[in-house]
Every structure is written in C-alpha cells, then in structure tokens.
Design a protein around this ligand. Structure first.
Ligand code: ADP
Ligand code: MG
Length: 341
C-alpha cells in the first residue's frame, strides 16, 4: 500500500527572471510503515518537498496523494500528517506534559483523553520522570524526545522529520537514531526522514531517495544505493568512491567487459538499466580494493599517504595514469596494535 504518492511535482519560487525551480518534476511513492529517507546536500529541495506534503505550501504543478486521495484541498491541520522540525519548536514556558498535549488541546479533545494519551506518549519516549519539568530545563536530547512525543500524540498516519538529529552531538545522535527506529517500529507510522548525512541514511532507512538540485536521482534500499549507484553523483555522495575511466569492450550478460588504463581487461557489474558508452566509469569502493606488489596489479600507483583510523587504515595513492585512489583496509587486532609493515 502506498501511503504517500508524489506525482510529477514541480515547485517554482518567484517568477520571470527570478524564477527558481526548487523541485523539478519529482515523483516518488512511499509505502505504508516505511522508514523512508530523503537524502541530499543542502539546498536540493528536501524541506520544500516535506512542506508540500505537510500542506504549508503548494506545488506549482503535480499532485500529492495520501492513500490514493489527492490532498490538495486539505489545510495542514486536516492532514493526518505531522512534522518534527529541526529546531523542535517547543514552548519553553510549558511543561513536558503540556507540550505533548498541546496539539490535542488544539484539536479540542476531551481532558481525560488528552491525559491518557500524554501518559502513553511519555512512556513511549521514556520521559515519565520529567513530565512536570519546563522544556527550557531539560537537555537537547530530552527536548528531541518531547518534540517526537508531541508530533506522535495526535496519531498521524505519516510523520515528517526534517533533519531532527542535526543539533545533537555525535554520541547522542547515534543513540537517537536507534530510538527513532524503535519508535517507528512500535507505532507502525510511516516516517519520512530528511537528512544530508549519508551514513545516517544508510543506517536508518528501509529505502532512500537521493536528491540533487530539485530532482530525485535514485530510490532504493541502502544496499542497492551503495552497491549499484545509478549515477555518478549518487556514487560520490554515498560513501567514499574511486572512479576509474575505462574503455567499454562489450556486455557479458549482466556484466560489462572493460579495459583499465593499465591495459588489463576485467569484468564489472552494470548499474540497472545503464547503457555504457565507449568510455565508461568504473566505481571502486575503497574497501573493495587491495594493495599488492607491482606484479599482477590491475592498476599501478604509489602510496602517498597512510591514515590510521582505528578500525581501518586508509591508503591514499596516486595512480601512474594520474588520478588519486583510496584503498581501505580493515585492521585486525595485531595490526591495530601497530605490528603492520
Ligand atoms: P534543503 O532542505 O534540501 O536544504 P530547501 O528545500 O530548503 O533545501 O530549499 C531548496 C531551494 O529552494 C534552495 O535553493 C532555497 O534557497 C530555495 N527556497 C526554499 N524556499 C524558498 C522560498 N520561500 N522562496 C525562494 N526560494 C526558496
Ligand atoms: Mg532543509
């Protein structure tokens, strides 16, 4: 079942000479119960797309469907959609419980129902012990939990999360990533999560849409996006990547035969639906490359720099034909202790 369907949506800000295309014919279907992530660099249109789904703004053209129904005529408060903003937007003079109940009061729910629901939400985000504390007197991580509880309280069908973890420090962010996964699992609500952090997207998502300049370039499970990037931008944005320009020699079933700059011929997987040209890019992840002696090497180069990173070591090479190349080697405990050559 599709929860949200975005069909050929364009969003143009301004007009005439000042017109700016923030979303350029975006289409995507998000399934019920899915943890779906919009991933892309700052300015690519992630927030704009969330605002259109929430109803804070309108598409210039195209449609947004919720369970098959066009929601163009529904104002934000009538959409079964709620948003967690990057800034949390809590009321500092109100208690944790009052913040969580605020949306329900606005909806005119009876007091008893609000009380029960707030208690349930406090348990869900593990904040029962701080129910009466003012939100100006709790930590950033706790404020994040309150913002989540407040957004979940009216039982939306879809929760939109606009870079909700970006204000937290590294350790807390890792913790809240797990917490968000748990909340999504326990509530069964569709989450549309926005981030510019590729590692976060890979770790959390059922599926990811990679965006650039107002377009969606690829939609897929984290492994698909990482292993078979559809475009160079996707390969470059997700993880570290080496690009080798090769001569395309021909197809061999699902594989391509290519000639490396060293003259050696190899077979490589082809991205879905990709029709290689005479010159085609080979994408090599640093962890899929190995250092060997000069003899038998597929590519020749010189190690210029070695960076030790605890769990692994990065070797930065300059290839004989010009470009840079990175090899990542996972460290065993003996290597980690400094016994490697
Ligand atoms: P992201 O959330 O991916 O960082 P946004 O969706 O906020 O990107 O913005 C996409 C582009 O649209 C940006 O270049 C931004 O400057 C522009 N933009 C967003 N809102 C407006 C607006 N109200 N008026 C004009 N330009 C806007
Ligand atoms: Mg944004």
């Amino acid at each position: 079942v599709n929860s949200i369907e975005v069909r050929d949506v364009r969003k143009v800000f301004g007009a005439g000479e000042n017109a700016f295309v923030a979303l350029d014919t975006v289409s995507v279907s998000i399934r019920q119960n899915e943890f779906f992530t919009l991933l892309g660099p700052s300015g690519c249109g992630k927030t704009t797309l969330l605002r259109l789904i929430a109803g804070f703004d309108f598409p210039t053209s195209g449609q947004i469907l919720l369970y098959g129904e066009d929601i163009a005529g529904l104002p934000p408060f009538k959409r079964p959609v709620n948003t967690v903003f990057q800034s949390y937007a809590l009321f500092p003079h109100m208690s944790v419980a009052e913040n969580i109940g605020f949306g329900l009061e606005m909806l005119g729910k009876p007091k008893s129902e609000i009380g029960a629901r707030v208690a349930q939400m406090l348990r869900l985000v593990r904040m029962e012990h701080l129910a009466d504390r003012k939100t100006s007197q709790i930590s950033g991580g706790q404020q994040q939990r309150v913002a989540l509880a407040r957004a979940l309280a009216p039982q939306p069908k879809v929760l939109l999360l606009d870079e909700p973890l970006s204000a937290l420090d590294y350790k807390l962010r890792k913790e809240m990533q797990l917490e968000l996964k748990r909340l999504q699992h326990e509530t069964g609500i569709t989450f549309i999560f926005v981030t510019h952090d590729q590692e976060e997207a890979l770790a959390m998502s059922d599926r990811i849409a990679v965006m650039s300049s107002g377009r969606i370039l690829q939609v897929g499970a984290p492994r698909e996006i990482y292993d078979t990037p559809a475009e160079r931008f996707v390969a470059e944005f997700i993880g570290e990547t080496n690009f080798i320009e090769t001569d395309f020699l021909g197809r061999d079933g699902a594989q391509a035969r290519v000639k490396l700059p060293s003259g050696r011929e190899i077979r490589a997987g082809l991205s879905d639906g990709h029709q290689p040209a005479d010159k085609t890019w080979l994408v090599v992840r640093p962890e899929h490359a190995q250092l060997t002696g000069a003899e038998g090497a597929l590519l020749a180069g010189t190690v210029e720099n070695v960076v030790y990173l605890g769990t692994d070591t990065h070797f930065h090479l300059r290839l004989d034909h010009g470009p840079r190349f990175t090899v990542r080697r996972q460290n065993t405990s003996a290597q980690a202790a400094g016994h490697h050559a």
